[in-house]
Each structure stands twice: as structure tokens, then as C-alpha cells.
Ligand binder design. Structure first.
Ligand code: FAD
Length: 457
């Protein structure tokens, strides 16, 4: 019985920061996904890298699983302790260790959330732009290689993490990367840990690239008669080199959900939601050029949000889209798909997905970060209805197949977790075995977040 022994040792180490209380177990047994509740055996709340290393050493000695937990907003069951063990809640390691304004960098602990970080940065004139909508932890965002609405301009976590401190499965603490803007120094271990979902190591410190807060910002929505014109507008805009800060697509069902839930008064038509960053003159010019493209594509109903309050309301509505869409079918849960295709195939991918959803009988609003070719269908499934869940999963699989046939990927930003593991062979072929070999090298006993990314078919 290795787990009770591990828990006893961890209790000696952490005292009441090792919790087995029902509320703590329950809070770490589910996340924003459709998977069954899977409580861990205990929740540990470390406060330093040294403590994380000690916890991992204890768990390694007893073969006890360790599953890092950031903010629990991931969508593919990533942070669930499916083999039991310890949920390692990183929320108390939430400090900013250094800000280097002259280099536009910050060194942070993994538990800080993106909103808290940006609040702290406000007075510096700098910002951390990666925005997955949910108020995720920076550690969780690194571990899922997250992105979101602003990736079209500022890139993903891959582009904005320079260096890491990581606790390995045997308790060793290593550093990857540096504060230099670039390096040719050996294998890219920072890149390896980004997107590794807690399966290769526990991230205990991150050096982030910051960006200047834009002098001027302008945002707008515009409507289109059909999605094809909206998507063609995106493609034309990207190809024309207008430096969009955000360009989001939402279909008529999402507009309906916004009207019902957020008190918006959008025409129930496909929309683009856009934002421009820069100097006042640059923003004005970008907006004008974008307006010309929209007019050529037959778009209309421009609604500008120029004040900070109006913009916040707009993006708050967008960030709450998941819950607004859920409310379209009371009592439903959402299976959120996440494919990404080359921008030239975007219209075809959205069209194929729409037809497939319509034929399935399910409701499935579509929205996405289309500037990157990344979009989601939120498939609304009656809670407890196994038949509908099976239909939704089959639909999601066909979306993934379609993305692969178009040269895309099964997940643009949400990651693999449990939900996408069965699709990994199709995307990666023998390269998936290389991932498994890396996992076996770095975590031979398989204690770090077992049951995720690798293993299986
Ligand atoms: C409404 C909604 C909208 C979303 N929109 C987006 C979006 O636009 N773009 C996007 O990318 N994602 C999106 N997501 C998904 C989610 O927000 C991201 O996956 C986010 O990066 C997860 O961060 P978290 O802190 O919640 O991590 P968690 O869910 O707690 O954990 C995610 C994974 O990271 C691991 N992990 C956590 N912390 C560490 C650490 N310190 N070291 C090692 N591993 C760790 C966990 O074990 C787990 O495998 C959305 C989610 C919701 C609910």
C-alpha cells in the first residue's frame, strides 16, 4: 500500500498543508470538462521549490502519482488524478520574483494567475499578453502551451516563456533557457516542458517575455450574412499584413447566446470581433484598412468600442462565451473541440464542421481564434445522456480527422490530457513513440500525471 505510506510522510513534511478534507478533494476532482469526478487521495499545497522537490522525492520512493494543479480550467481532464495519488496545488506559489523592465521580462512562480500578473504589471507600462480567457495560472498555461485571443499578434506560451525552473520526477531541480533573447545552446528543454502537461516535471519558476501596453486600442464587432464571408475576411486581413491584436469569429448561435446572457443586441448573424493595438495613428490606419476589407466582403453592422469600459464589456462577453453557450440548453454540459488548420483551409474546415454538427442533431455553436486558423465547437450534451455524449465524441473525432487531412492539428491550444490521447497516433505516428520514450527517460516509474498525453493505443 504505497499511497498511505507516502501520505504519512507527506503529512510529516507539510502538516495541515496536506489536506484530505472532503471539500479539498472535491475541488480537485473535476475541472471544466465532461470527465467523471476523480478525487485524488490528498491535496498538497507547497510553498517553495524545495518543498515541491521533497514532495516528489517522497512520492517517487513510494510510487505515488503526483498531479500538478494550476487553476483547474483545462478542458481535457488534464489535471485529474485518474490513478489517485497527490494533487499538487501550486496556488500558494504565486509570487512575482523579479521584474526587469529594461529587458521587458518578469520572473514568476507558477501559481500566479494571468489576471493577477497583469494587475501587478499595470503601473510598469508592460503586460503579459497571452490570454486564454479563463483566469488560468501561468504554470498551467505553460504546461498546456496555451494561447487564446491575442496569439495572432503576440504568439503563444511557446513564444513568451524564455526560461524555466523544473522539478524532475526524481526530485532534481533543473533550469532551462536563460534571460538572453536567443540561444543555440543545446536541446530546447524549455520547449520540451512547455505543453508537457505535468507529465515530465513540475514547473516551479518561469521567466516570461513581456510586451509594452499599447498606446491606443480600438475594438469592434461586425456582422456577415454567412460564415464564409466572415472567414474570407479573416484570411484577406491576415494575408494583407494588418497587425491584428485579436480577430475572433463567432457564429449566429453564439450571437444569440450573447444577446440572451450578456444583454447584447447583436444581429443573430456570424460575427467577427477584432482589436487593434498601436499608436493612435497606426490604430486608425489599421481600422480603416480592415473596414475596407469588410466592406468588400459584404460585412456590416460595425459597432466600435473605443472606451476602456466598452472594450472590457466586449471581451468579458467573449470570455464568457462558453457559459453563455451552455445556457442555450439548460442542464447541458459542453464538449469543447479545438482544431487548428492552415489559414487557407479555414473556410473549408468550418463549413465541414457546421454540416457535420447540423447532421448530428446536436447544438454546437462555433467560435474561435480564427486569425490562427483555430476554432472550437461547443457541443451541448444533456448531462447523463450517454448516447448524446457518444455522438459528440464521434463528431469531435471527425473534426480532428478533418484537421489532420488539411495539414492541421487535433488541438490548437487546449492540449491532450485524457480526451485527445486516442488521437495522438493519428497526428504523430512514430513521433508519439518518441514522446513515450522521452517520458520513460524522465519519469521511468510513471509517477508524474499518469494517464495523460502518452500511453494507450
Ligand atoms: C471558458 C474557458 C475558455 C478557455 N479558453 C482557452 C483559450 O482560449 N486558449 C487556451 O489555450 N486555453 C483555453 N482554455 C483552457 C485552459 O484555460 C488552459 O488550458 C489553461 O492553460 C489551463 O491553466 P490552469 O492553470 O487552469 O491549469 P490546470 O487546468 O490546473 O492544469 C492544466 C495542466 O497543466 C498541468 N500543470 C499545472 N500547473 C503545472 C505546473 N506548475 N507544472 C507542471 N504542470 C502543471 C496540470 O497537471 C494539467 O496537466 C479555456 C478554458 C475555459 C474554461
Amino acid at each position: 500500500m504505497p499511497i498511505p505510506e507516502a501520505l504519512q510522510e507527506l503529512h510529516s513534511l507539510l502538516g495541515n498543508r496536506l489536506s484530505r478534507s472532503k471539500p479539498d478533494l472535491a475541488a480537485h476532482s473535476a475541472n471544466e470538462s465532461y470527465f467523471d469526478l476523480t478525487p485524488p487521495d490528498a491535496v498538497a499545497f507547497p510553498e517553495s521549490t524545495a518543498e515541491v522537490a521533497e514532495i516528489v522525492k517522497v512520492c517517487a520512493r513510494h510510487g505515488c502519482p503526483v498531479v500538478p494543479w494550476g487553476a483547474g480550467t483545462s478542458l481535457e481532464g488534464h489535471a485529474l488524478a485518474v490513478r489517485g495519488g497527490v494533487s499538487l496545488d501550486m496556488s500558494r506559489m504565486n509570487g512575482i520574483l523579479a521584474i526587469h523592465p529594461e529587458d521587458m521580462q518578469a520572473v514568476v512562480q507558477p501559481g500566479i494567475t494571468r489576471e493577477a500578473l497583469n494587475t501587478e504589471l499595470r503601473a510598469t507600462g508592460l503586460m503579459f499578453p497571452v490570454d486564454p480567457g479563463a483566469n488560468a495560472s501561468i504554470g498551467g498555461m505553460a504546461a498546456t502551451r496555451a494561447s487564446g485571443t491575442t496569439a495572432v499578434r503576440y504568439g503563444t506560451m511557446r513564444d513568451n516563456v524564455l526560461a524555466l525552473e523544473v522539478v524532475l520526477a526524481d526530485g532534481r531541480v533543473i533550469r532551462t533557457g536563460s534571460r538572453a533573447a536567443k540561444s543555440s545552446s543545446g536541446y530546447d528543454l524549455t520547449g520540451l516542458f512547455l505543453g508537457s502537461e505535468g507529465t515530465l516535471g513540475i514547473i516551479t519558476e518561469l521567466t516570461l517575455r513581456l510586451h509594452g501596453q499599447p498606446e491606443a486600442v480600438s475594438a469592434a464587432t461586425c456582422a456577415f450574412a454567412d460564415f464564409a464571408h466572415a472567414v474570407d475576411t479573416v484570411i484577406a486581413t491576415i494575408q494583407s499584413g494588418i497587425p491584428m491584436a485579436r480577430i475572433e469569429f463567432m457564429d449566429e448561435a453564439v450571437a444569440r447566446a450573447f444577446n440572451a446572457q450578456s444583454g447584447a443586441s447583436m444581429p443573430e448573424m456570424p460575427h467577427l470581433m477584432v482589436e487593434f493595438h498601436g499608436s493612435p495613428a497606426a490604430v486608425a490606419e489599421q481600422a480603416e484598412r480592415f473596414g475596407e476589407i469588410v466592406a468588400e466582403m459584404g460585412g456590416a453592422e460595425f459597432q466600435w468600442a473605443t472606451t476602456t469600459e466598452a472594450r472590457s464589456a466586449l471581451w468579458k462577453m467573449r470570455h464568457h462565451a462558453y457559459w453563455s453557450c451552455l445556457a442555450l440548453r439548460p442542464g447541458a454540459m459542453g464538449l469543447v473541440t479545438d482544431i487548428c488548420v492552415p489559414i487557407s483551409r479555414l473556410a473549408e474546415a468550418v463549413r465541414g464542421t457546421r454540416a457535420d454538427i447540423d447532421a448530428s442533431g446536436l447544438q454546437g455553436p462555433i467560435l474561435g481564434h480564427v486569425g490562427d486558423g483555430n476554432f472550437h465547437a461547443i457541443l451541448l450534451v444533456e448531462r447523463g445522456n450517454a448516447g448524446e455524449l457518444a455522438i459528440a465524441k464521434a463528431l469531435a473525432e471527425r473534426m480532428a480527422d478533418r484537421a489532420l487531412r488539411m495539414g492541421g492539428t487535433i488541438t490548437g491550444e487546449h492540449g491532450v490530457g485524457m480526451g485527445k490521447r486516442g488521437l495522438m497516433r493519428a497526428e504523430h505516428g512514430d513521433a508519439w513513440d518518441v514522446m513515450a520514450a522521452l517520458k520513460a527517460t524522465l519519469d521511468p516509474a510513471g509517477i508524474l500525471n499518469p494517464g495523460k498525453i502518452v500511453g494507450g493505443n
